[in-house]
Design a protein around this ligand. Structure first.
Ligand code: NAD
Length: 453
């Protein structure tokens, strides 16, 4: 069936009101959970083919997230969907006021390739929980995972409810001509602008989960060993192809040498070598070439090796980096970690403030004042103190960017809210009607109105 017809069929199906029933939503959330569990091996195989992502990483950073989200919604759906009673002001007496979490209708989710399952299916789970019909367009760059998701979903879900549309730019462009009730996009800031523009034609609301250059700052008051371990893990997980990976490092000058040694030690200890089945590969040749061009041989502190045949790039630390170097101009999205040093903490934060607002920021310190300044002065989507990436692992925290790193957020309650309309309803009693708001007006009425308002 043509995609235009499927979208129309979803709009019709939504009008039947079936997706609004909590029992209906639960049946399909459970179905998706069972499908993920029974097809786990196929999902691992597909992602390994796409970019050598290990079973361990796929479970911990993708499938466990989705399964956790499903369980969260199954457990909390009733309270999330329950109309929320709020106070009613004096002029609206006698009445009561409620906010209804209203499903939006037919929504479009566009995924990115770097965490292909999580970034496609977590929004879908939130959209289903909130009572919508959905079209999912995964990233064509991770072709095998796209096909795996299409295979699982299109065989087991009615297309008028949930459908995976496979394709690249042409297919996405075709989709964007249609009117959806929400578009949830994960990807680059550049494509995010294309999506936003297309959505504006239909006044479609959007969530844009974008990227940016996320800094990690290490001061002399940090626990250096734990900082090094957590930064190496967060940076080289998925070979640096993580939207919230520390993009670059700002290290206080007095500890720089000692800290670099610690980074080197952990890179070695974690065995990210060319034959490892646990270290993810670069997604394709285009990205491989883009990344290897960013390695200036004279700036290599450690690493710098690569193999085009294996699409492998060694974890690489680059030193003697300046703000105007090429590597500091765009999000790196690969296993290269440029290191800049600073003498003055506030001046370092000022330099970050000169750039676009990042998706994440990380501070490593045990100094209370430095922590306070970091959270108060910097604007970023979300982040951690003394950790990297793990804020994503707390479903109680909203996940999303700010400024150039995105619009809106999701995860847990926030995902449910993102796919719902907050519908306000005031219900009034039909007795006790004072005449004060009705014409003809008088000075006396105005005096009373002033008092009331
Ligand atoms: P991308 O922007 O190239 O592609 C994302 C999606 O947009 C894909 O489904 C693709 O098919 C589609 N697309 C690409 N070009 C298009 C065009 N011209 N018109 C319409 N659709 C188009 O991003 P990517 O390479 O898949 O992912 C990398 C980027 O995504 C990085 O910037 C990263 O930081 C960001 N990202 C953000 C998050 C987040 O949650 N905020 C998560 C992962 C990745």
């Amino acid at each position: 069936m043509e995609i235009e017809k499927i979208v129309l069929s979803q709009k019709d199906f939504f009008k039947t009101q079936q997706t609004k029933s909590l029992a209906f939503r639960k049946i399909y959330l459970e179905k998706l959970r069972n499908l993920i569990i029974t097809n786990e091996d196929m999902l691992y195989e597909a992602i390994y083919k796409d970019f050598g992502k290990s079973k361990f990483d796929t479970f911990t950073t993708e499938l466990s997230f989705i399964l956790h989200d499903i369980d969260y919604y199954l457990k909390n759906l009733k309270s999330l969907a329950k109309p929320k009673k709020v106070g009613t002001n004096l002029v609206n007496q006698f009445g009561n006021s409620k906010i209804y979490a209203d499903p939006l209708g037919c929504v479009l989710v566009i995924g990115a390739w770097n965490y292909p399952y999580q970034l496609s299916l977590s929004p879908i789970v939130a959209a289903i929980a909130a009572g919508n019909c959905c079209i999912l367009k995964p990233s064509e760059i991770a072709e095998n995972t796209m096909k795996a998701m299409a295979e699982i979903i299109n065989k087991n879900f009615p297309p008028e409810y949930l459908y995976v549309y496979e394709g690249g730019i042409d297919e996405t462009t075709r989709l964007l001509e249609l009117k959806f009730d929400k578009i949830f996009f994960t990807g680059s800031t550049k494509v995010g602008k294309i999506i936003y523009k297309a959505a504006s034609e239909h006044l479609t609301p959007v969530v844009l989960e974008l990227g940016g250059k996320s800094p990690a700052i290490v001061t002399k008051d940090a626990n250096l060993d734990i900082a090094a371990k957590r930064i190496v893990w967060g940076k080289f997980l998925n070979a640096g192809q993580t939207c919230v990976a520390p993009d670059y490092l700002l290290v206080e000058e007095v500890i720089q040498e000692q800290f670099l040694e610690m980074l080197r030690k952990y890179i070695k200890e974690f065995k990210y070598n060319a034959d490892s089945e646990q270290y993810t590969r670069i997604i394709n040749q285009r990205n491989f070439h883009r990344l290897t061009k960013l390695i200036s041989p004279e700036k290599i502190y450690c690493g710098g090796g690569f193999s085009e045949e294996k699409l492998y790039i060694e974890p690489t630390i680059l030193t003697d980096i300046h703000w105007n170097d090429e590597i500091m101009q765009e999000e790196i999205f690969g296993p290269l970690l440029p290191v800049l040093s600073f003498q003055n903490y506030n001046a370092a934060l000022n330099s970050i403030l000169e750039l676009e607002k990042p998706l994440a920021a990380y501070l490593f310190t045990n100094n209370t004042e430095e922590k306070e300044i970091f959270t108060k002065r910097l604007s970023f989507g979300g982040g951690c103190i003394n950790e990297t990436i793990m804020h994503l692992g707390n479903g109680n925290l909203p996940f999303g960017g700010v400024g150039n790193s995105g619009i809106g957020n999701y995860h847990g309650k926030y995902g449910f809210d993102s796919f719902s309309h907050q519908k306000s309803v005031l219900e009034k009693a039909t007795w006790g009607e004072p005449n004060i708001k009705y014409p003809p007006y008088s000075e006396k009425k105005l005096t009373w109105i002033r008092r009331l308002l």
